[in-house]
Design a protein around this ligand. Structure first.
Ligand SMILES: Cc1cc2nc3c(=O)[nH]c(=O)nc-3n(C[C@H](O)[C@H](O)[C@H](O)COP(=O)(O)OP(=O)(O)OC[C@H]3O[C@@H](n4cnc5c(N)ncnc54)[C@H](O)[C@@H]3O)c2cc1C
Length: 378
């Protein structure tokens, strides 16, 4: 049984495309109702609210506010994470976030009029991790495409990062290449710039600099929702991530597993599984196999994350990626194709190759036949 509050699945690493108006929801959003029907699982449109470990039940709330209880033998928590505003003054009131498809759509609803307005418009993005970088590059590309048709608009995108390089959590060798690609696309990159306060239409830095903008987006760091820290005594860390052992089992209850961004999962040599799509996907596959073993009375094996590298899209035709434990850096159009392939591999898990092939062909046809296709012009 899958308990999920939204009606459709959107792959989170592509939310920046929804915010930039280039995501094709018709083709690439997945209805849980339909998917559950074809894959023989039960889908309940609701949110988990609380947990009773003694009785092995979770409390859930549906869209109408109705609260009910579900019993479980095994519980897997995979509720992801949200942006971390690090308690910075004014951020929750004056910045937009990209934590869900709904928020990404709300961002697009405000970005769209800016792209249509005359004269200079400014967008500030705080945080130059994967989310901030990909959003800045996508918006820069959309704005470039629009200036082909209209010459009276000028969108300035400022990407602000507290650390001394973009992609601070990624390999250092990638950062400079990504920064150069961003600057080439017209993005203003400000590193070593920490935001102290957000106000309506402006961000104020630690050094007192004021960065004005029509729209401000916050994409710096992650944390989990506070309710995770109140789950019937389960252990959490400072980010509200639930603590699990190497088998993805919560430290205090061996009927409860946690995977993805909401887990703090230890790895050999003292590190933790990173909050990345690749890690969430590997953990899901691993746990599915381990639960099958459990049901057969066998012991379960630890989860070891295998880092397959990182690929960051910088606009529609360019990406930078690392392979072989960051020893090999690749960039260019082919790497951008690899980025798209990663999304298609995710879809293959959901639908199988047949439907994925049909989706790729349909998308190509749409952009060839219709010059006003969103992904072509926005
Ligand atoms: C714009 C953007 C770009 C990114 N780019 C990259 C990238 O290039 N590479 C990369 O590796 N990672 C990237 N990430 C991070 C990546 O998306 C996450 O690491 C990954 O999605 C984590 O998967 P998850 O299953 O743990 O959580 P999520 O994908 O966040 O899924 C959590 C699910 O839980 C549901 N949920 C939430 N609360 C409840 C509740 N109370 N009850 C029931 N269900 C609930 C949500 O609706 C959601 O469907 C990006 C993230 C963003 C936002």
């Amino acid at each position: 049984m899958l308990v999920e509050p939204t009606s459709h699945h959107y792959w989170k690493p592509r939310l920046h495309e929804i915010a930039s108006g280039t995501f094709d929801s018709e083709l690439d959003a997945v209805s849980y109702l339909q998917h559950s029907y074809y894959n023989q699982y039960q889908y309940v449109q609701a949110s988990m609210k609380s947990l009773n470990r003694g009785q092995k039940t979770v409390e859930i709330q549906d869209q109408q506010g109705m609260v009910s209880e579900l019993a479980y033998d095994y519980l897997v928590i995979a509720v992801g994470a949200v942006s971390n505003d690090f308690k910075t003054e004014g951020v929750s009131e004056h910045c937009l976030f990209l934590d869900s498809a709904l928020q990404a759509q709300q961002a697009w609803d405000q970005i769209n009029p800016l792209l249509r307005a005359q004269g200079e418009q400014r967008i500030s993005i705080v945080g130059a991790g994967a989310t901030g970088v990909e959003l800045a590059a996508e918006l820069a590309k959309v704005s470039q495409k629009l200036t082909r048709y209209r010459h009276d608009m000028n969108l300035t995108i400022t990407l602000i990062e507290a650390s001394n390089r973009v992609l601070p959590a990624g390999p250092e060798c990638m950062s400079e290449k990504v920064r150069k690609a961003l600057v080439k696309n017209g993005v203003e990159v400000k590193t070593e710039t920490r935001i102290k306060r957000a106000e309506a239409g402006k961000l104020v830095t630690d050094s007192g600099e004021v960065i004005n903008a029509n729209l401000q987006l916050w994409a710096a760091g992650i944390k989990c929702a506070p309710w995770l820290a109140t789950l019937d005594g389960l252990e959490t860390n400072a980010l509200n991530q639930l603590k699990v052992d190497a088998n993805l089992v919560t430290t205090l209850d061996d009927a409860i597993f946690v995977i993805g961004d909401s887990a703090e999962c230890p790895q050999p040599y003292g590190s933790f599984v990173p909050p990345r799509a690749q890690a969430a996907n590997q953990a899901a596959g691993h746990l599915a196999n381990q639960i099958k073993r459990l049901l057969k009375g066998k012991s379960i094996k630890p989860f070891i994350f295998k880092d397959g590298g990182m690929v960051i899209a910088v606009g529609h035709n360019y990406a930078v990626g690392t392979l072989m434990n960051n020893k090999l850096i690749l960039r260019g159009r082919l790497v951008r194709n690899l980025y798209d392939t990663i999304f298609r591999l995710h879809q293959r898990i959901l639908f199988g190759w047949g439907r994925v092939t049909a989706l790729v062909v349909l998308k190509r046809l749409k952009s060839t036949l219709n010059p006003f296709y969103r992904n072509n012009i926005s």
